[in-house]
Design a binder for this molecule. Structure first.
Ligand code: HEC
Length: 158
């Protein structure tokens, strides 16, 4: 009875290891597309240095074309989840391509940035344990929100 169980376990283990090896061959593209620096948020908006630093540290990995891909982003199946988070993040808001947003969308995004960081929705929960430095302090959140308000007011004045 015990021998049979061990034999089954051994096969399960072998199959799992094979599946993991095969999985490595499926590599979704980890891209950092080249983009025109004049379209980036820092060229389009007035970005105080502390806010620029916060965006870089906590948001750029998913919301810019300057993603820092960690070593585990090359290991399936983690890589699949990571690439899809980055693609989805960029699709929702790409700070490297800020210039492409019409005024109304830029305004809505600025409003969302403050809402997301205030509610703790961003940076994404899965990201935080592996990036302790991305955590936002109350001061970081206040500075981000003050910045979004200033920029929204600036856009509203013709
Ligand atoms: C680990 C990846 C990741 C990080 C880091 C991250 N985001 Fe996101 N973000 C996403 C994804 C994925 C979505 C889209 C799905 C969702 O809303 O949950 C998103 C959505 C958003 C949206 C909504 C856009 C819309 O169209 O409504 C805003 C705003 C946003 N993020 C701001 C931020 C800010 C600000 C930071 C940094 C403080 C940040 N995010 C960090 C992945 C990330």
């Amino acid at each position: 009875m015990k021998g049979k169980l061990l034999r089954i376990l051994r096969w399960v283990l072998i199959i799992l290891v094979c599946a993991l090896i095969v999985a490595q061959f499926h590599r979704p593209a980890k891209t950092n597309p080249a983009s025109d620096p004049t379209q980036a948020v820092e060229s389009r908006l007035q970005l105080p240095p502390p806010v620029a630093a916060t965006l870089d540290r906590s948001c750029y990995d998913c919301h810019s074309n300057k993603t820092r891909w960690p070593w585990y982003s090359h290991v399936a199946p983690v890589s699949w989840l990571l690439v899809s988070d980055v693609n989805e993040g960029r699709a929702n808001m790409n700070l490297s391509e800020w210039g492409k947003y019409p005024k109304s969308e830029a305004d809505a995004l600025l409003k969302r940035i403050c809402l997301e960081v205030k509610s703790g929705g961003m940076p994404l929960a899965v990201y935080k344990p592996l990036h302790p430095s991305a955590k936002l302090s109350a001061d970081d959140v206040n500075a981000l929100c003050a910045w979004t308000e200033t920029e929204r007011a600036r856009m509203a004045t013709p």
